[in-house]
Design a protein around this ligand. Structure first.
Ligand code: GDD
Ligand code: MN
Length: 350
């Protein structure tokens, strides 16, 4: 069975039409599970709809509010093997639901209607909301590896097989339940299909500054909870601290100790490398420390040295065609990636 979970907050003018369109469009056994936090008379309308349509169920929450938690509640009370989520305001066309089901039947674990694959469109948001939405998507994809392959991870419209989320502790703060599912869920195949995101049928959007702030907190929490992402971003943070250490010591040795400049540079680099190693050993790969300290330290040294060689090699290849600052950015970026990968697989492999 297909369970369609619909979070509602003051959607009195939309729910009836939504139920009608779903009922007309869906040709497999289904239920619609409304999780409602409304302050208007939406619950009364839902009660009437539930009496009229056997497929409609609803839960009204008094104390609690929040889109993400409403969806999690919906998952909990849903009975189907396939769990779809959509907004109540008809921005997500119910006529797409059967396409989602079909993709799941073909073996997808998660199906996401996307505004950003060929054939999709994003007509439903104002230009300023589009910019916010673009930034939100870009941040999620930059920070979280499992989100990266998805073009529309902030969508409020998607379908998952029950086993993707069963037993998984979902605790989204704010709105973006799909990102939570993508990071924490158990799945292999994600499929995106195009759809047209339309303008709202009636009423207004509930998205505000508070939701945007919560999104940032949510992202940071997801990075912290996901080992692969946490490591990489801690590594970058440690690297940045190394730059600070390097420049501070260099400045002190030159200005206070009046050391010969190249010697000061070498000592500063050595100090930064040492502090990077200690911090990475203490924090970034805290749970992956195997073997002896001096083995890890010498591996770290080897990796760092090859990183320098790689960066020099890349500079040699590109510096004639590319601005020298940009060239350094590319070369150092490649070195960071190389160092991280090798440290991850070798230095702290155990
Ligand atoms: N239960 C409950 N509790 N539902 C809520 C709450 C809440 O606190 N806040 C909002 N909703 C419901 C709305 O009633 C609607 O059905 C759905 O969540 C989406 O809210 P909108 O206010 O319509 O959001 P939007 O159109 O600005 O943004 C939507 O589309 C974007 C693009 O797909 C959301 O789905 C975004 O998450 C999505 O990025
Ligand atoms: Mn909407």
């Amino acid at each position: 069975m297909l369970s369609i979970v619909v979070p509602t907050y003051n959607e009195r003018d939309n729910v009836e039409q939504l139920v009608e369109r779903i009922t007309a469009a869906v040709h497999v056994p289904f239920e619609i599970v409304f999780v409602d936090d409304s302050r208007d008379d939406t619950p009364q309308i839902l009660a009437r709809l539930a009496a009229k349509y056997p497929q409609v169920r609803f839960l009204h929450r008094e104390g609690e509010r929040g889109l993400g938690s409403a969806v999690v509640t919906g998952f909990r009370i849903a009975r189907g093997d396939l769990l779809a989520v959509m907004d109540a305001d008809l921005q997500h066309p119910p006529e797409k639901l059967m396409d989602l089901v079909r993709e799941a039947e073909r073996g997808a674990d998660i199906v996401i209607p996307s505004r950003f694959v060929p054939g999709g469109s994003d007509g439903g948001l104002s230009p300023s909301r589009k910019l916010v939405s673009w930034t939100a998507r870009w941040m999620a994809r930059a920070l979280l590896r499992r989100v990266r392959p998805v073009t529309d991870p902030t969508s409020g419209f998607f379908l998952v097989r029950r086993r993707v989320v069963e037993g998984v502790e979902l605790s989204p703060i704010g709105w973006k339940i799909l990102i939570e599912v993508l990071v924490k869920g158990r799945y292999e195949r994600v499929v995106e299909i195009p759809y047209a995101f339309e303008a709202r049928a009636a009423g207004e959007s509930k998205m505000g500054l508070r939701e945007q702030w919560e999104y940032l907190v949510h992202l940071v929490r997801l990075v912290a909870s996901s080992p692969e992402d946490r490591r990489f971003w801690l590594y970058c943070l440690v690297g940045a601290s190394g730059v600070v250490v390097n420049f501070t010591i260099y400045w002190m040795l030159v200005n206070l100790a009046h050391l010969y400049v190249p010697l000061a540079g070498a000592l500063a680099a050595l100090a930064a490398m040492t502090s990077n190693f200690i911090l990475n050993d203490r924090f970034t790969w805290r749970d992956a420390r195997g073997g002896r300290l001096h083995v890890r330290a010498s591996r770290f040294l080897v990796v760092s040295a090859t990183g320098v060689l790689i960066s020099a090699g890349i500079l040699e290849l590109i510096h004639r065609g590319v601005h020298y600052l940009l060239a350094n950015l590319i070369a150092s970026g490649a070195a960071v990636w190389w160092n991280f990968t090798l440290n991850n697989r070798w230095t702290w492999a155990g």
